[in-house]
Design a protein around this ligand. Structure first.
Ligand SMILES: [Cu+2]
Length: 207
């Protein structure tokens, strides 16, 4: 449907912004129109304007369509973010004061997240202490990690590169240092790294 979580969030965001601009333009237009149309020189005596059922119903209907339209796009995008694709590569995320630990199915562990380009990545997340939040702005994903619960999120990185991970819940003194990097690499590079073979991923030092 959207392909990536980034596309799901961005298209919803753009549609809601567009609705906002539309309403803004209408409000400004009618403010100016009425100020000119009913100016004092043209209407020296105030007139009593009564209700207009048809106009009122039309206004209610139009507002409802706009609000429901925004809700519809929000819900569609949200559902997409919550539906982890079945073919995803699973990574377990452990949040703790104040660092991240990523554990792969073969037991490989890393304090940075290394993923293959173009593959769906499913994250199941747990905390060993307080509430943290997994936030990867480039992929538009943000999910709280709550004690006693397993939460999840997913993403797909289309382009190779490095992307930031931040903790989005204030979790104590060194909350602001609770950072990690997502290394998006070519699938063959990932395979080697995953199997602990000798491979160079520029910038990746932590293990
Ligand atoms: Cu935290």
């Amino acid at each position: 449907m959207y392909g990536t979580t980034t596309a799901a969030v961005d298209s919803t965001f753009i549609i809601i912004i567009a609705f906002g601009f539309l309403l803004f333009a209408l409000i400004i237009f009618f403010t100016i129109y009425f100020a000119v149309r009913y100016r004092r020189s043209r209407n020296p005596a105030p007139s009593n304007i009564g209700g207009h059922l048809g106009l009122e119903l039309a206004f209610i209907a139009a507002s409802m369509v706009l609000a429901l339209g925004m809700f519809f796009y929000g819900l569609t995008g949200f559902k997409f973010l919550k539906m982890v694709p079945a073919d995803s590569l699973a990574v377990h995320v452990t949040a703790r004061q104040w660092s991240w630990l990523f554990t792969y199915d073969n037991g490989r562990k890393s304090t940075d997240l290394v993923v293959p380009q173009g593959r769906n990545i499913a994250l199941t997340m747990e905390t060993v202490d307080v509430i943290h939040g997994f936030f990867a702005p480039s992929f538009r994903i943000k999910q709280d990690i709550v004690p006693g619960m397993k939460t999840y999120t997913w993403f797909k990185a289309v382009n190779p590169g490095t992307y930031d991970v931040l903790c989005s819940q204030y979790c104590g003194q060194e909350h602001s240092k609770m950072l990690a990097t997502i290394y998006v690499v070519a699938p063959d590079v990932f395979k080697k790294w995953y199997n602990d073979e000798d491979v160079d991923i520029p910038g990746l030092t932590s293990e």
